[in-house]
Design a protein around this ligand. Structure first.
Ligand SMILES: [Zn+2]
Length: 148
């Protein structure tokens, strides 16, 4: 089943990714179709670091129509496979940041594909806590009641 993708919003003035989509700024394009574009990150965290974006301007993932998320996310396995095959990286991360507090710098939704290698300097803090069972029930109620 294909989910229809509503009419996209207009390009956002000043958005570097909208300018790449429009061809106003060059990019090393890896893949392009009607809805999505993939290209090399010009500030790579590792060799082969790539981005997948919707051609239409949406700031964060939660603003996007489901069908467009699918059009972009469905590229991740194929592109990731090609990137690791081309770079020889034994592993890779998919990273997607929503909002400046989460590390988003370009305010046009994008997925990062980041090849990882033994001993690379990339990292992230993962200070795991412990889920409180009472709070878990509160969260369960508060989140599930908001799923449409
Ligand atoms: Zn944009």
């Amino acid at each position: 089943m294909t989910t229809a993708i509503p009419t996209p919003p207009a390009p956002e003035p000043g958005c570097i990714f909208c300018k790449i989509v429009a061809g106003e700024i060059p990019a090393y394009k890896l893949y392009e179709d009607e809805h999505a574009l993939a290209f090399l990150d010009v500030g790579p965290l590792s060799r082969g670091h790539s981005l997948v974006i919707p051609k239409a301007h949406y700031t964060t993932l939660d603003q996007m129509p489901d069908g467009l998320v699918g059009a972009c996310a469905s590229l991740l396995p194929r592109l990731g496979k090609a990137v690791v095959a081309a770079t020889g990286a034994p592993g890779w991360n998919v990273l997607q940041n929503n909002g400046p507090i989460a590390g988003q710098v370009v305010m046009h939704m994008h997925f990062h594909i980041i090849p990882r290698n033994e001993g690379d300097s990339l990292g992230y803090r993962w200070s795991a806590g412990k889920l409180d069972s009472q709070d878990a029930q509160t969260l369960l109620n508060d989140i599930t009641s908001r799923l449409n």
